[in-house]
Design a protein around this ligand. Structure first.
Ligand code: NI
Ligand code: MN
Length: 217
């Protein structure tokens, strides 16, 4: 499977289907017509172009309801549930974060925030979304055995690199890709330092991708 990082929290998984997670790419163009879109929560830097794309979209019930009202064929679900869309499985896990849908005026409550473990062609990818460190990440490891964990390291709105190191150990995925950093000055981090520290203290490998870069997983 091919994984392309579009910057911030946005990745495209390309196997027999294409799955675009958190379609917000301030530093480049989004891929057109992914088969499936997954949105971790209602914040604009994650929901991004979900309305404009109008693709089958997996999200928590409240966000799915909003997307449906905009004409998006959304599939609602909730924490702890699993659905299959076009042969791709989406298991929704908790994220310790808020969710708000920005719209003219005050906006809407987006329900909870989530992460996904996405299974395609036998590979399982954990996209943590925006989250603080929480010890139940151990359960994500125990239940889902992800092969890859995409973890936010930006701080301020999510966990920073120190917490992400603990998260990586809790989850136990052999490969970690840092996300949600350096988009703006307030979430500036050095991913090389994170990589060096995690690889020095564990058997986990870290791949740093620049926006637009891809890797085979
Ligand atoms: Ni957020
Ligand atoms: Mn965010």
């Amino acid at each position: 499977m091919e994984l392309t990082y579009f910057g911030h929290s946005c990745v495209l998984l390309k196997g027999n289907k294409t799955v675009l997670v958190d379609p917000f790419a301030p530093e480049g163009e989004l891929p057109e017509n992914p088969d499936i879109v997954a949105v971790t929560h209602g914040h604009a830097d994650h929901m991004g172009a979900a309305v404009a794309l109008k693709r089958p979209t997996v999200a928590i019930n409240e966000v799915a309801k909003y997307l449906k009202s905009k004409g998006v064929p959304a599939e609602g679900m909730n924490h702890g549930g699993t659905i299959m869309v076009e042969g791709v499985t989406f298991h929704m896990v908790q994220a310790v974060h808020s969710s708000w849908i920005e719209e003219a005026g005050i906006g809407f409550n987006g329900g909870g925030a989530a992460g996904f473990v996405i299974g395609m062609e036998g590979t399982r990818i954990y996209h943590a979304g925006d989250t603080a460190l929480f010890s139940d990440m151990k359960l994500v490891g125990e239940l889902c055995h992800p092969d890859i964990a995409l973890l936010p390291i930006g701080g301020r709105f999510t966990m920073g690199p120190n917490e992400a190191m603990i998260a990586a150990r809790y989850i136990g995925a052999p490969l970690v890709i840092p996300i949600h950093y350096n988009t703006w000055p307030v979430i500036r981090q050095d991913p090389e330092q994170f990589k060096t520290a995690l690889e020095r203290t564990t058997d986990i490998r870290v791949i740093i991708l620049a926006p637009g870069e891809k890797t085979t997983v």
